[in-house]
Write a protein that binds this ligand. Sequence first.
Ligand code: C2E
Ligand code: CA
Ligand code: CA
Ligand code: CA
Length: 277
Amino acid sequence: AKEAGRNQVQFYEEAMHARIAERALIEAELRHALAREQLHLVYQPKLDLHSGVLTGMEALLRWQHPTLGMVSPARFIGVAEETGLIVAIGRWVLRTACAQTKAWQREGLGPLRVAVNLSARQFTDQALIAEVRAALDDSGLDPHCLDLELTESMMMHNVELAVAASHNLKQLGIALSIDDFGTGYSSLAYLKQFPVDYLKIDQSFVREMLDEPKVAAIVRSVLTLGHSLGFKVVAEGVETEPQLDYLRQQGCDEIQGYYFSRPLAPDAFAALLRQRP
Ligand code: C2E
Ligand code: CA
Ligand code: CA
Ligand code: CA
């Protein structure tokens, strides 16, 4: 038993060292990722359930590393946040997404609203407003075509500050979404103070709603809550037709998910836009 215990400790330490080494490697490599042009964006369409029209897309970050291969955001966004690298990376994401969207609009591929994920670090950064304005000015993108996705934890961490930051962003004329709604803590009393346009129901609810009556009840409550506060409600992670049918029947406004399309590289996304009426 003693022997087994020692092996377990050793195993635990090795696993921990492996995690620390992986994190150090990711951090070191991430420092060069922007300059070495290893980062790129993919775009996942959002579909309006009332009209059936593709209304826009979410820009999602990808990191293609020469030896690590494709590193998923789950592995590097946290490191980027902790090190502060997310500020420079986030600025690049914002500028690239605005410029790409404007280029597609110039081609006549539709009005298109592009959603960009903000990290907590960016949201509380003093320079954020100036950066968003610069991204809009430099690209020529209409502010109404930009949508910034925030999470509940970012908004509830310091409500007063977050409400002020949200109002400042809204004054630029852009849209705001609350991402992963229902997974974090959010006070309903505070929610009404935020000038938000969209609530995004987290994919974990969408995944379970047709098997779990209680999850379906949560989804319906979020739809009612969102609509009564004047928000549009978007469901993410929609993978099947029955999920889509249920959401449409319950009055959900927009969906995003593999059922309609996976996130696409720019060429593939443009091809999708061209083949649509
Ligand atoms: P998120 O903002 O909640 O993005 C949705 C995630 O769900 C994406 O994962 C997307 O590829 C995935 N997804 C979309 N449809 C489906 C579906 O039908 N089924 C399933 N199972 N998954 C689906 P991804 O691209 O790996 O991104 C993960 C997270 O990384 C994002 O979650 C977001 O929090 C973060 N992230 C991605 N890009 C950025 C960025 O540019 N900036 C920041 N700050 N965070 C980002
Ligand atoms: Ca998002
Ligand atoms: Ca989400
Ligand atoms: Ca998520």
